[in-house]
Design a protein around this ligand. Structure first.
Ligand SMILES: OC[C@H]1O[C@H](OC[C@H]2O[C@H](O[C@]3(CO)O[C@H](CO)[C@@H](O)[C@@H]3O)[C@H](O)[C@@H](O)[C@@H]2O)[C@H](O)[C@@H](O)[C@H]1O
Length: 657
């Protein structure tokens, strides 16, 4: 039996495992770690021995490692090492080694670790997946009948892949999370399935290999985490573990928390005059960033200034930056690195930069109709580092918005010109590419903000050290803004910032509440005084123009945002379960006050204010500017009626923020 106070793993005589949470048995014995063959599995290993030893890891501290060994009928020796660290209760690190002790070669198609099936319970299951899906589906989903997601961390399409290598399933009472803790992306799958009796989860590697007699195979370092509540707690555990492995979010500059206005409302055919004319309104409303988006350049790849918009080239770009500053705003520039358009000079002169598959074919970046360049090829790195230095050091931008679903992950590269040690180097060194960009930006301006926006893909965790700001990235709904936000709060910790992306992409195009209430930075791409008459795609009904009614609402939300600055607070992610608690709720502690945000289409009933300290709290509805009475930790519910959202501030009685 291996375990700590929160999770224990018992092995039977076949090395199948049974897991328990705080002494409550969660599963029967199951074949949790096995080898995958073309026509089945090797999953029964007769127990041969075990040992347990204390570990003192320089990064993770004190812990205990249990090693259990067995031998299969096919002559494969199995050794499972399970390590628990005191500072991460409930999280078991698992690594399995298999050795072919037989006389002949063994064809293996892969391996599976941490495979468990949880039995059904009232209310069913919810699930989080950190893997990317081309249809940009929700990261957090209920497990309906027939639910099945492969959750591959490999490429799901030529420009969609990667993500955060964690998945979980949870019931009302308990959850299981699995993933890997390797310092570079691994092309594993994290399959989640609704089964006849409950739900299953696992880590799988599908990479065929032939094990010659005497040869061994070691799995990646994987983990199993048992937890209460939704996916927040295991993701925070994962983040803490990876932080000790050296993958840490940078301390974002203060300006990464400032409200953002983006000129993308004018789309690609904008005019500089349109943007400049909007800036006074941007400032007046309280936004601080002004983002020059897609369309300033001749194409993706060359990144030359479009002379139709900036006739004097560099001089006009510097003048534009200066004009933004004169308005009291911070200029940020949009870029889509690693994409080269057909017809661009870089494609002809530096075809060597292209990422090629095993057939010598290029990979496509959709939406921009460009070709992917290889991030693990030094000339590509140098090319984009030079561009970032120019944008920040010469033109004077104070931030960059790096954009594109291909930012997250790239396919293995077989370009012979790159001399890769192995094709997966392109995937594994993508984070190094972003780190070089981030370092170049900070070198040019120590306060520069680097925003990484991978267009609807799941956040690639290994890019974290290069990310000052992560937006909800083309959200399809307000639920995505909030559920991605909760996820990112767990993954990035306190240092960097999560932005709700353009409010125009939220429900109704005006749902600032879904950003403000969860502590996301607010952003808008409103136009003023009128919309573009040359939209790239049909504008939504009403367009993006700031009508007087919208202006009053935008102003109110920007004021609320700036007054309370909730992204700087402490997001209390374990207080509410985003799947099971109704209404959906989020809580943030800031400067002695607690903030609560509740969401539902319509709600009449109790709302519970969890996490209150000692004494009484006065409760105020911040949006409607009404006092709702007092509560304390024992009597912490209020009857409420609201549509869409309710944003409350609870301050210790006698004082108000
Ligand atoms: O090209 C600059 C933009 O790049 C990202 O967006 C790319 C996506 O653009 C479209 O999506 C949206 C909705 O997300 O649709 C609107 C109308 O075209 C547009 O305003 C939105 O961005 C495409 O439909 C989608 O496939 C692309 O992935 C970035 O997120 C934007 O902020 C711009 O920088």
């Amino acid at each position: 039996m291996a375990g700590d106070q929160a999770l224990s793993i018992a092995f039977d005589r076949s090395l199948h495992t049974r897991i328990s949470a705080r002494d409550k048995v969660l599963t029967p014995y199951q074949a949790s770690e096995c080898l995958l063959l073309e026509d089945g599995t090797i999953d029964a290993f007769a127990f041969t021995g075990q040992r347990s030893e204390a570990v003192n890891d320089p990064r993770h501290g004190n812990g205990r490692r249990h090693t259990v060994t067995g031998l299969s009928a096919e002559g494969v020796e199995k050794q499972v090492a399970v390590t628990f660290f005191e500072q991460l209760p409930g999280m078991a690190l698992l690594q399995t080694r298999y050795r072919n002790q037989g006389a002949g070669p063994l064809q293996v198609v892969g391996w599976r670790n941490a495979a468990h099936e949880l039995a059904d319970a009232p209310g069913g299951f919810w699930s989080f997946s950190g893997a990317t899906h081309e249809d940009r589906r929700d990261w957090v989903l209920p497990l309906g009948a027939g639910f099945e997601q492969r959750n591959t961390l490999s490429m799901a399409a030529s420009d969609y892949g990667g993500g955060t290598p964690v998945a979980n399933i949870w019931r009302r009472d308990v959850g299981l999370a699995v993933g890997h803790v390797e310092p570079v992306p691994r092309l594993l799958d994290l399959p989640v399935r609704r089964t006849a009796k409950g739900a299953s989860i696992a880590v799988e590697c599908l990479q065929p290999v032939t094990l010659a007699p005497g040869q061994s195979l070691a799995t990646d370092r994987t983990f199993l985490c048992v937890h209460a509540g939704d996916h927040f707690a295991p993701l925070a555990h994962y983040r803490r573990f990876m932080q000790d492995e050296g993958i840490v979010a940078p301390q974002a500059p203060e300006s990464a928390f400032a409200p953002i206005w983006c000129a993308w409302g004018y789309e690609r055919d904008f005019t500089v005059a349109q943007i400049l004319a909007t800036l006074p309104k941007v400032r007046e409303l309280g936004f601080e960033w002004a983002v020059l988006d897609d369309g300033w350049q001749t194409n993706e790849g060359d990144w030359r200034i479009d002379a139709k918009k900036f006739p004097r080239g560099d001089d006009d770009m510097r003048a534009f930056v200066q004009a933004v500053r004169v308005e009291g705003l911070r200029p940020r520039l949009w870029l889509a690195p690693l994409a080269a358009d057909p017809g661009s000079d870089v494609l002809h002169r530096h075809a060597d930069m292209l990422l090629l598959d095993e057939d010598g074919a290029f990979q496509k970046v959709s939406w921009w109709n460009a070709l992917t360049q290889c991030p693990a090829y030094q000339p590509t790195v140098d090319y984009y580092v030079a561009l970032v230095k120019k944008a920040i050091g010469d033109w004077g931008f104070e931030g960059i918005k790096l954009d594109g679903q291909h930012l997250n992950a790239v396919a293995p590269c077989h370009n012979p010109a790159h001399g890769h040690a192995h094709p997966n180097e392109s995937c594994e060194k993508l984070a190094d590419f972003w780190n070089a960009i981030h370092a170049a930006a900070r070198e040019a301006n120590p306060e520069a903000v680097v925003e990484l926006c991978p267009c609807g893909t799941a956040f690639a965790f290994h890019n974290l050290p290069a990310t000052d700001q992560y937006p909800s990235s083309d959200p399809l709904s307000s639920w995505q803004v909030r559920s991605k936000g909760k996820t990112m709060k767990a993954l990035i910790g306190g240092g960097s910032s999560y932005a709700g992306d353009h409010v125009e992409l939220s429900d109704g195009g005006d749902d600032f509440a879904s950003s403000v209430g969860i502590g996301a930075v607010i952003s808008s791409k409103f136009t003023w005084p009128k919309d573009t008459d040359r939209p790239t795609a049909p504008l939504p009904p009403g367009g993006y123009v700031l009508t007087p009614e919208k202006e009053a609402l935008w102003r109110k939300w920007v004021d609320l945002y700036r007054q309370h600055m909730l992204p700087k607070g402490d997001y209390l992610g374990t207080l509410y379960d985003i799947g099971f608690d109704k209404p959906e709720a989020h809580a943030i502690a800031r400067d002695g006050a607690l903030y609560y945000a509740f969401y539902a289409d319509e709600w009449t009933g109790p709302v519970q204010l969890r996490g209150l300290g000692e004494g009484r709290y006065r409760v105020r509805d911040l949006f409607n500017e009404t006092d709702l009475g007092t509560v304390d930790a024992q009597a912490n519910t209020l009857d409420a009626t609201f549509s869409r959202f309710l944003l409350l501030q609870a301050t210790p009685a006698g004082e108000r923020a």
